[in-house]
Ligand binder design. Structure first.
Ligand SMILES: Cc1cc2nc3c(=O)[nH]c(=O)nc-3n(C[C@H](O)[C@H](O)[C@H](O)COP(=O)(O)OP(=O)(O)OC[C@H]3O[C@@H](n4cnc5c(N)ncnc54)[C@H](O)[C@@H]3O)c2cc1C
Length: 292
């Protein structure tokens, strides 16, 4: 299996920031992942996966790990009666397309989530009242110690969270869907996409929601808007003028600039509302927000 050095991760993130991976490989089968994990283990190298990088903030100085990008057999999708079997590297968009073609509903919520199946499991991605926890039947996970199927309960899926840790690779997932006419699916997806376009920046480089919604009457976006942060800019990174819980790469942003905006947003939300916002975006590499 070919392992490359110094691959810049900025091109694998939707924000378009981040430095190089110490080691990078593109496994195309379970066997290749099962070779790579012990390879990293022998070298005491951490392992992380990038999906579509749509929820990732990667350190500018890079990542001291073996970074995997799943492809080939690990990005295939097939429908079998009411089960959709998808590789961890398959995109939600293609999975939804296949589900619709097979007349299977229940995955429509994912039309708004520009990631992969593996990333969706990791984050328990969700939108419009649906989430991965609601459709997952079981998930095939590889670690340096072996490969096995896990139930959703074993994955510990809660709001935008699973118990998965780096070094655990989602190879495949099976989604239990339900029969639904393709035209109905198409109509619902069209409506959800229109709602999304009206409320969020859809043609900008972002990583989706910055913070999880707090236990508060205001969502993170409304709270940051009330703090006067819409359009606030540090270097090339900007809080979206359309939705305050999004950071845009407005002009050659760095990860450090995006992180500085996050720190400022957290500080202001804490000062004004007494709320400690938790980041939804995943950090890769040595990144930390300052204590409040
Ligand atoms: C415009 C926009 C809108 C968004 N809207 C939503 C939304 O409505 N709801 C929502 O939930 N999210 C949303 N997101 C965030 C993001 O799309 C989701 O979190 C998505 O599930 C991330 O998938 P990914 O493949 O891009 O994962 P990445 O961003 O590449 O990775 C995220 C995490 O998952 C891990 N990971 C990825 N693949 C695997 C794998 N195969 N095995 C093990 N670990 C893996 C990574 O190591 C990382 O820790 C949005 C993002 C954008 C840019």
């Amino acid at each position: 299996m070919n392992v490359e050095e110094g691959i810049e991760l900025a091109r694998y993130t939707t924000l378009g920031t981040g430095g190089p991976a110490r080691a990078f490989a593109r496994p195309a089968s379970e066997r290749e992942v099962e070779e790579l994990l012990p390879w990293a283990d022998e070298r005491s190298l951490a392992v992380a996966v990038v999906g579509l990088g749509s929820n990732l903030l990667v350190a500018d100085e890079g990542v001291d790990a073996l970074v995997l990008k799943l492809g080939g057999e690990l990005a295939t999708i097939e429908a079998d009666e009411d089960v959709l079997r998808a590789g961890g590297g398959a995109s939600n968009a293609v999975a939804l397309h296949r589900a619709r073609a097979a007349g299977l509903g229940g995955f429509e919520f994912a039309c708004a989530i520009p990631g992969t199946i593996g990333g969706g499991v990791w984050m328990n991605g969700g939108a419009y009242g649906g989430d991965f926890a609601g459709v997952l039947e079981r998930v095939l996970v590889a670690t340096a110690g072996g490969t096995g199927w896990l139930t959703p309960a074993a994955l510990g899926l809660t709001y935008r969270h699973s118990e998965l840790r780096h070094g655990e690779v989602v190879l495949r997932a099976e989604l239990r869907l339900r029969p639904r006419p393709p035209d109905e699916i198409k109509a619902e997806v069209r409506e959800l996409n229109a709602r999304r376009k009206a409320a969020q920046p859809t043609n900008r480089r972002t990583f989706g929601s910055v913070f999880k919604n707090p236990r508060h009457e205001l969502s993170a976006g409304r709270m940051l808007e009330a703090c006067g942060l819409k359009g606030h800019r540090i270097g090339g990174a900007q809080i979206s003028p359309k939705h305050a819980n999004f950071i845009e790469n407005a002009d050659g942003a760095t990860t450090a600039e995006a992180l500085a905006l996050m720190a400022e947003a957290r500080r202001r939300a804490h000062e004004q509302f007494g709320v400690t916002l938790e980041h939804e975006v995943e950090f890769l590499g040595p990144l930390e927000l300052p204590d409040l």
